[in-house]
Design a protein around this ligand. Sequence first.
Ligand SMILES: Cc1ncc(COP(=O)(O)O)c(C=O)c1O
Length: 391
Amino acid sequence: MNYNEIYELESTYASGGVGRRPIALVKAQKARLWDSEGNEYIDCAAAQGWANVGHSHPKVTAALHQQADILVASQESSYNDQRALWMQAMGGVLQDSFGWAECHLHPSNSGTEANEAALKLARLLTGRPGIIATMKGFHGRTMGALSTTWNKKYREPFEPLIPGVSHVPYNKIEAMDKAIGDDTAAVIIEIVQGEGGVHPGSTEYFQALRQLCTERGALLIVDEIQTGVGRTGKWFACEHHEIAPDIITLGKSIGGGLPLGVTAWPKRIGAFKSATHGSTFGGNPLVCATSRAVIEVMAEEQLVARSAQLGEWLTQALRELPSEQIREVRGLGLMVGIELRGKVTPVLQQLIKRGVWALPAGLNVLRLLPPLVIDSADLEEVIAAIGEVVA
Ligand SMILES: Cc1ncc(COP(=O)(O)O)c(C=O)c1O
């Protein structure tokens, strides 16, 4: 099918909720994308942040094919070998990062669902109603998670949302100090605000927040749906600040391209009571097999270290670009934001013409989230293309 045919057909049925670029992507490999007209792009978006191990990684594809012939979706109410093995692998990663000798895992199907589970768990375990989120934070679009997302554009048409949620300025500990009280079940936060403009918080802030939550009996939910799985040069961005969350949420890259949300917490804080939460497809054998392959690839190809090294080099190279248009380059690892003096949309359009697929973060930030397997030669092309566009 050519672009016009795909566009006509999809537009006939699309919900209207998602804005799309006038391009139909039909194929992807490693860090390259192809459209229906045969044009090739360097993927600097990891397809919206989910392709940290790259597209169609042979190990992930092999796990997918192998498991597809055996058992795709099982019953939530039965045990399963793939889920058990995945839990062991995921638990191992969490133990290495946070020292959680024993943890609970709730697999679901998306980032927003991972946050729904975290919010429900926090209310259940503390018996308190209050949730504190941050301005410019993004946590998803289902009613509970949406209540913690800040941008009015996403929230207002759907109000009233769940009660008990407040938003405080990000990276300002005085605001958290005032807000966290006896009725606070949880604080939900990103370590680097992704959608909000690629804003990293400081170590001082996160350590003080960790302490406040502990002292006041509120649970600290860290949303690593975008920052997790090596994106920032550590398995989890929390590790940059030497803090452990009470509940961590993952999505995007952890499934290797298949839908998987993960809510994880150490056993010491408690667990869901039977039948208080669940999901028909969450933790199905197929996605557990691909996710375990992702965890193995991360270790075998040392992608966490690669993200740290390439990220540092990329950020530095972007900072050296001679351009009046660039106000600031910031980020962690291969999560990079370029704040512009003007709007980002024309820059994205120009980049597409030069074969680079990137993302916006707000109105004036160009966000780069390349697959961690990207070649440095590809990144050199990206830097040159950005240099031309912002010159
Ligand atoms: C930090 C963060 N939390 C939650 C979500 C929601 O994830 P999903 O789109 O899989 O529901 C996103 C998606 O962009 C995200 O970046």
